[in-house]
Design a protein around this ligand. Structure first.
Ligand SMILES: [Zn+2]
Length: 212
């Protein structure tokens, strides 16, 4: 991937940027200059559907989303993780922020996992997202925290968000942590569970006054 103009390795993932593939068009008008420190990652699914986790890889469908991301005028995101595990990058998140999670945009990076309307995600896709998230956390010094409650990922709108205390947030979040407009399927629990179980990320409960 490309961070602040430099190549940064993402172990165990294949990342294609605008410098690697002419069809992976770098965003233009639908982003803004980054001024705040990057302290959060927001994970999404394209349809917001809660479906099953399927073993293996799915058929690729990400390039259509990549093209749509380049064309859109009202929303955008940084990375697209395809159903076969390929990652597409269209923005340098050290220099610009994209428009994927409202008030969280200025301090976050947005990742979309490609879905069909039926909502399934694939094992290799979730693994690629996990490797990308872990590499971004290392690169930006983002806390390895996942929202957790009652023994599993917390996919509700967080009390911290309801209290308007976004300045307290750091770590990985679900799009559904920020808005009532997206349900549990944006992005579902799988990547959170894998990060907690295999990468040493810590589940924390977010309250109105932050963690704890
Ligand atoms: Zn979303």
């Amino acid at each position: 991937m490309i961070i602040d103009g430099r190549r940064v390795a993402v172990p165990h993932a294949r990342v294609l940027t605008w410098a690697d593939d002419r069809a992976v068009i770098e965003l233009g008008e639908n982003r803004q200059r980054r001024r705040a420190r990057v302290r959060a990652i927001v994970l999404h699914t394209t349809w917001g559907q809660l479906g099953p986790l399927v073993l293996g890889a799915g058929s690729p469908a990400g390039r259509g989303y990549v093209a749509a991301n380049a064309r859109a005028t009202d929303k955008s995101w940084d990375f697209t993780v395809d159903r076969d595990g390929t990652v597409f990058q269209q923005n340098d998140p050290a220099r610009w922020f994209t428009w994927h999670a409202g008030a969280a945009n200025p301090f976050s990076v947005g990742i979309e996992m490609v879905q069909a309307l039926t909502g399934e995600l694939y094992e290799v896709q979730v693994r690629a997202a996990v490797e990308l998230i872990d590499a971004l956390a290392r690169e930006f010094g983002i806390a390895r925290l996942v929202p957790w409650r009652r023994g599993g990922p917390d996919l509700r709108v967080l009390p911290t968000v309801r209290a308007g205390r976004l300045e307290l947030l750091h770590g990985l979040f679900a799009h559904a942590n920020f808005t009532d407009d997206r349900g549990l399927g944006d992005p579902g629990p799988f990547a959170f569970r894998v990060l907690q179980a295999t990468k040493g990320w810590v589940g924390v409960e977010w309250g109105a006054a932050g963690v704890g």
